[in-house]
Design a protein. Structure first.
Length: 325
């Protein structure tokens, strides 16, 4: 995607305002505490009548403030639950997944929590952006799959597991593919280009999500796994990037978080089986980047999954069995 195409989409596409009746349904939105997409998506879900909406945060006090704000603007109380979730802590991820298992049903999971930083930091043995956006996000995905399948069978529903991706995966240089190990290359501080790190993390996340969807076919599991692009929005995600270019984009091109949140809601409530394992852009199924869809895409995806699955087995031996029905 060229920069001119990006600008055109930002200026000409406005996602439709979410409509419908979500009565009786339960949703979860991770990373919904800040003034960002997660909070606005949760607000829409509550407004549309969801029975329960779980929002997560590392800082539950901030999430409690988000809950109060949503209750005030929607006029609905007793719908939102605030649960802690820290994607830098595997114990927190496991505890959260176990708590999800206690719910009667889960109609949709919005994996919105992410990290974008210009600072080098190691988390769980890996550079923090890769650790959070790729390893922990896919680990959580695998932990959630059995519960989603259970709900599909028990209640004859079609749960969604929607990951908030980004069009920046089109712009990743992916130099790491030239190394024998992609993840080891990403963990070398001396070779790191932190300006490319968030795009790289989203590219690896795309490869991984597609592979999970491939190994969890909709025809078997009746769970829709998709990934979406909300476009450039005025959220707190890029708060560390204080360049003039970033400021200009935020001022002239960025959507409000309410508008961006509409795309999240579309992916997790409206997108159908045709979106399984696919990229949702401008509220429709679209192609991912040429690195993903091109001739070498399957090879790259296999390499990423081979390395990631080995890492996930180290974190929790046997976790890959969650891909089996």
């Amino acid at each position: 995607m060229s920069f001119s195409e990006f600008i055109w989409k930002q200026l000409t596409f406005t996602p439709p305002f979410p409509k419908g009746d979500l009565s009786g349904r339960t949703y979860c939105v991770t990373g919904a505490n800040t003034l960002g997409l997660g909070r606005e998506a949760a607000r829409h879900l509550v407004r549309l009548g969801a029975k329960k909406v779980v929002i997560t945060a590392r800082d539950v006090a901030k999430a409690a403030a988000a809950k109060a704000d949503i209750e005030e603007t929607t006029g609905r109380s007793g719908v939102i639950d605030v649960w802690p979730l820290d994607l830098e802590d595997y114990d927190s991820i496991r505890a959260f997944a176990k708590r999800i298992d206690t719910l009667d049903r889960i109609d949709g999971m919005l994996l919105n929590a992410a990290k974008a930083t210009a600072q080098w930091q190691i988390v769980n043995g890996h550079e923090s952006t890769i650790a959070v956006n790729v390893i922990s996000t896919i680990y959580l995905t695998l932990l959630l799959l059995p519960k989603l399948r259970e709900g599909a069978r028990k209640y004859n529903i079609t749960p969604h597991l929607s990951t908030v991706s980004s069009e920046v995966h089109w712009w990743a240089s992916f130099r790491e593919r030239n190394s024998s190990s992609i993840f080891e290359a990403a963990d070398k501080r001396e070779d790191a280009d932190m300006a490319d790190r968030y795009p790289l993390s989203k590219l690896l996340q795309v490869f991984s999500t597609r592979e999970v969807a491939k190994r969890s076919p909709f025809e078997r599991d009746h769970v829709i796994i998709n990934y979406l692009n909300p476009g450039l929005c005025r959220s707190e995600l890029g708060r560390e990037y204080k360049t003039w270019a970033w400021w200009l984009q935020q001022t002239l091109l960025a959507r409000t978080t309410e508008v961006g949140g509409r795309i999240l809601v579309h992916a997790v409530t409206t997108a159908g089986p045709e979106s399984h394992g696919r990229y949702i852009d401008t509220c429709k199924v679209s192609n991912s980047s040429p690195l993903v869809e091109g001739q070498d895409g399957p090879e790259y995806q296999n390499r990423v999954w081979s390395e990631l699955s080995a890492e996930l087995e180290k974190i929790q031996p046997g976790i890959l069995k969650n891909l089996d029905a």
